[in-house]
Design a binder for this molecule. Structure first.
Ligand code: FS2
Ligand code: SF4
Length: 540
């Protein structure tokens, strides 16, 4: 196997024996093959569109879910991946018959091997099949960005929103990663174009979430426990949460959020459920400890799954793109009501969660709420009470080096405000960093996709201050990344013209020295140093 798509990749170069995430070589191979056949079908849909033929929304959805399934920590179930390969090949064969000119297609569009051939084929089509390291680097950078984009599309699709233009781009770009005629410059241009669609994809999801559930508002979230049996819901899918809250209503079973589901509490629509009890635990990587102590069933709607311990594996359920062998998967497609009765009955047989923390955390600072406070914020900036905003969005992870972000947050000057989104926040959202004239010093916009809110806020501030360049704002970017959604967030920020982003705790292993050089020279991308040095740099 060879996989270097996430920040925790072995030795900062690539996982070759087994994934640090727990992915085994046989699973990695099937994920590689799923990507290959998804590129193949994307070449077919792209050619169909060129011939002016329509592509069904169900095909767009399948392609997005295929990509999403291969995101770090989303799906460890080899059988589920093999099934996706089979179904995708069958659909692709059907689409091929609609195409007038097939001479334009790459090999991947024609391959239709039997299951007994999957392993051999997978070995020939992985990341290392591209020999030139710069082309490989750009192909992977694009593919990972598209994986992130696919996750956001999938969540919007679950709320019956889609953007055919974004889907068409995603497929065109995926197909382009098979095209040997494209140069490094062509692929760099495509990478930046992916950033444009990243913004569109996040805007679509923002619209889907806010039109369904209202605009996030300032909210205090309980992090302690009640004395009822409960279900813990993790991941990013708000539609799954809505269905779970509806079905648990009046059953005596409470629902708690975990990790990236925390921001659900900020939406007005979810406040009507008296049994929506609070947030339990921290970022994804602490789940092996925390799930054990939760006692009740856990529903993973997306990544990040850590291979479960035997002590709670029978309580772990998956749905959507998530999967784990031996754990029950709750099915249900777009527009269908999922049946969570098994989890609810399971919860009734379990003890209430054990308290691991108590108190409250505050969040809900997405664009609408922050813009409602715009006068107060602008005054604070003008008076000098707020000197700097520090965007610290992104992901959390296991690496000890990520303590940098806690230390950095603690060491920030008292006139600096952190803007955050994603599970990165758990490194500092329980510190007592105080407020500035009533404005908390950690403003949490929401999930990783709500980084979109941070961009909207920056663009609004640029307008209010009458600036011509977003980089003239008193905002610095110190972003932590882990998996592929952070890649699309990064590409989106680059597309919006944001310069000098610091990315840590390490730069992606999939950036070749030449590709990294392009990002450094054109966008001022840099890694992180020591807290002391970085503070000097940011606050010079
Ligand atoms: Fe955190 Fe994992 Fe949000 Fe990532 S829970 S690293 O999926 O997308 O962020
Ligand atoms: Fe390694 Fe990350 Fe790939 Fe898992 S997802 S195999 S940890 S690079």
């Amino acid at each position: 196997m060879f996989c270097y798509q996430c920040q925790e990749t072995a030795g900062c170069t690539g996982c070759t024996q087994a994934g640090v995430c727990g992915k085994k070589p046989d699973l990695a191979a099937m994920q590689d093959l799923l990507i290959y056949v998804t590129k193949g079908i994307s070449a077919v849909t792209t050619a169909l569109r060129k011939e002016g033929k329509a592509v069904a929304a169900s095909t767009d959805h399948r392609i997005s879910v295929n990509l999403f399934t291969t995101i770090t920590n989303a799906n460890f179930d080899k059988e589920a991946i093999v099934l996706r390969i089979r179904e995708t090949l069958a659909l692709k064969e059907e689409l091929l018959t609609q195409l007038s000119d097939t001479t334009v297609l790459p090999d991947a569009a024609f391959w239709n091997g039997k299951e007994s051939e999957y392993e051999t084929k997978a070995a020939a089509v992985g990341v290392l099949a591209t020999k030139d390291e710069d082309i490989r680097s750009l192909r992977e950078l694009i593919t990972y960005g598209l994986k992130g984009l696919s996750a956001y599309s999938k969540h919007a699709n679950a709320l019956l929103k889609s953007d055919p233009e974004t889907d068409a781009f995603l497929q065109r770009a995926l197909a382009a990663t098979l095209d040997d005629s494209l140069s490094v410059d062509d692929l760099i241009a495509l990478t930046l174009e992916a950033g444009k669609y990243g913004v569109d994809g996040m805007a679509l999801l923002d619209e889907a979430n806010t039109s369904a559930y209202g605009n996030p508002e300032i909210t205090k979230v309980n992090i302690g426990v009640r004395n009822n049996p409960a279900i813990l819901i993790s991941g990013h899918d708000l539609k799954d949460l809505e269905m779970l809250l509806d079905q648990t209503n009046g059953t005596g079973v409470d629902v708690y959020t975990h990790s990236e589901m925390l921001p659900a509490h900020y939406y007005p629509a979810f406040k009507k459920y008296p049994h929506f009890a609070g947030n339990y635990g921290n970022a994804w990587w602490k789940q092996t400890e925390e799930f054990e102590r939760f006692h009740g069933p856990i529903l993973m709607t997306t990544n990040c799954i850590v291979p479960p311990k035997a002590s709670y594996k029978d309580r772990l359920y998956t749905t959507g793109a998530a999967g784990y062998p031996g754990c029950k998967h709750i099915c249900g497609g777009i527009g269908e009501t999922k049946d969570f009765s098994e989890l609810i009955e399971h919860a009734k047989r379990t003890a209430p969660p054990e308290e691991i923390e108590h108190g409250e955390i505050i969040g809900g600072f997405a664009h609408n709420q922050v813009l409602a406070l715009a006068d107060q914020i602008v005054d604070a900036v003008k008076s000098g009470a707020i000197k700097k905003f520090v965007v610290m969005a992104g992901c959390d992870g296991r690496a000890k080096s990520r303590n940098y972000y806690t230390d950095f947050a603690k060491a920030l000057p008292k006139d600096a405000v952190i803007l955050t989104a994603g599970c990165a926040k758990y490194k500092y959202n329980k510190l007592d960093l105080g407020d500035i004239n009533g404005i908390p010093r950690v403003l949490d916009a929401g999930q990783c996709n709500d980084s979109y809110s941070l961009a909207v806020i920056a663009l609004k501030l640029k307008e209010v201050f009458g600036l011509s360049d977003i980089n003239e704002l008193p905002i610095v970017y110190n972003i932590s990344w882990y998996e592929q959604k952070a890649v699309i967030v990064l590409l989106s920020l680059l597309y919006l013209g944001v310069k000098n982003i610091h990315l840590g705790p390490t730069l992606p292993a999939f950036l070749s020295p030449n590709v990294a050089k392009v990002l450094v020279e054109n966008f001022g991308i840099a890694g992180i140093g020591t807290v002391e040095d970085d503070l000097k740099l940011f606050f010079a």
